[in-house]
Design a protein around this ligand. Structure first.
Ligand SMILES: Cc1ncc(COP(=O)(O)O)c(C=O)c1O
Length: 384
């Protein structure tokens, strides 16, 4: 319990619920893009066509027709998947918890990007993990430093978000991916590749997943329907070697028996009718407009000493204030100006990062984004 802290983000979200505040703090998808009609139809179809089996207990691994459909969908994205290498989860967050359960003993180390996804730290903290943090540049993880940490700290697991990372928005280049795989293989280090955002690319070239580059060996791939359909349905999936899937299945049985029978069938009907393929480009077009509005407003309103790497997809822009400036100290002033962000320190597993912050662009309209960035620019300029 000592290590299980309340998520700073969820605490900040409470303050930012006030209607006058333009909030770039959360990580929520745009609710107006949820495919309400299509999903209602899929749910109705489930109850009519599948009947009572949609309300019955089911197997732990996941609903087989949905697994088959997903394997085909992933193959079209050049991610090789077979049903025996797949398990469905209650969101990717559950997969992180189950991975902690089967891989980590107290005091074991996890190699993570610095900054990294806060929810992963929360999940691994429950298993008393320690962290070896590795910085990134615009091309992703710094491989020399990763290798040094692996040699020195002997981590049990590497956890990476290589595509449109949360929080930094950075995507690892193909070269860095290959180099990291080589290093990890040399040291027999299992890799968790968390990829909730990879299907939301606005610009640039698609990068191959670590999982496909490794031919599925030594990499556990996680993804989710949260950002491409709805986070409220809580459905994600894991790809891994069959022996890892077997261990995860046992851990999931102990945790909650199985994924939701009704939701899996509804997602199956939704996907089978072609809605996944049709809907993702709609999300991408809308997010592209929002991120472009944000980046162009940042150029106009932020002082030149504030730095960022424009993301090619995902949901976040990461900002670095000049050294010595503190995003946490500025936070009350931002709230006074009716604009909110998440301070970057929360994403640093071993401390630091006080001059960084994360901006989300998917849960505000372009008009709000323009106004919110203008307000934030004023707060930063006055603090310089
Ligand atoms: C990197 C990363 N992993 C996992 C998750 C959790 O996703 P899910 O809703 O599938 O549990 C998130 C959600 O924000 C995320 O950003």
């Amino acid at each position: 319990m000592e290590r299980m802290q309340a998520s700073t983000i969820r605490e900040i979200l409470k303050i930012t619920q006030r209607p006058e505040i333009i909030s770039f703090a959360g990580g929520l998808p745009a609710p107006e893009l949820f495919p309400l009609q299509a999903f209602r139809k899929a749910l109705n179809q489930t109850l009519v066509e599948d009947g009572v089996s949609a309300l019955q207990y089911d197997i732990t691994e996941g609903y087989p027709p949905l697994k088959d459909l997903l394997c085909g969908w992933l193959a079209r994205r050049r991610i090789p998947a077979t049903p025996d290498r797949m398990m469905l989860t209650n969101g990717s967050q559950q997969a992180l918890d189950l991975i902690g359960k089967i891989f980590l003993d107290p005091g074991d180390r996890v190699l993570v990007e610095n900054p990294t996804y806060l929810g992963a730290l929360q999940a691994f903290n429950a298993y008393e993990a320690k962290y070896s943090t590795v910085p990134m540049d615009a091309q992703g993880l710094l491989i020399d430093q990763a290798e040094e940490k692996i040699r020195k700290d002997r981590p049990s697991l590497a956890y990476l978000v290589p595509t449109f990372q949360n929080p930094s928005g950075i995507t690892m280049t193909r070269g860095r991916r290959m180099a990291f795989l080589k290093t990890a293989r040399k040291h027999k280090l299992p890799i968790v590749e968390d990829d909730p955002y990879g299907y939301l690319r606005f610009s640039g070239e698609t990068q191959p997943s670590l999982y496909s580059l490794a031919g599925g060996r030594g990499v556990i791939y996680l993804s989710t329907f949260s950002k491409i359909l709805s986070p409220g349905i809580r459905l994600g999936f894991v790809l891994a070697e069959p022996r890892v899937i077997h261990a995860l299945v046992l851990a999931k049985q102990a945790a909650d028996l199985q994924p939701n029978s009704l939701i899996q069938r509804a997602v199956y009907h939704y996907g089978k009718s072609g809605h996944l393929e049709r809907h993702i480009p709609v999300i991408i077009a809308s997010y592209r407009q929002r991120v472009n509005t944000m980046l162009s407003a940042m150029k106009r309103y932020f002082p030149p000493s504030v730095r960022w790497v424009p993301p090619e997809g995902g949901m976040f822009v990461w900002c670095r204030l000049p050294e010595g400036m503190s995003a946490s100290k500025l936070f009350p002033r931002a709230i006074q100006a009716n604009v909110a962000y998440v301070t970057g320190d929360a994403f640093h597993a071993n401390g630091g990062g006080d001059n960084t912050l994360r901006l989300n662009f998917t849960n505000s309209t372009p008009k709000q984004i323009e106004e919110g960035i203008k307000r934030l620019g004023k707060v930063f300029s006055e603090a310089l």
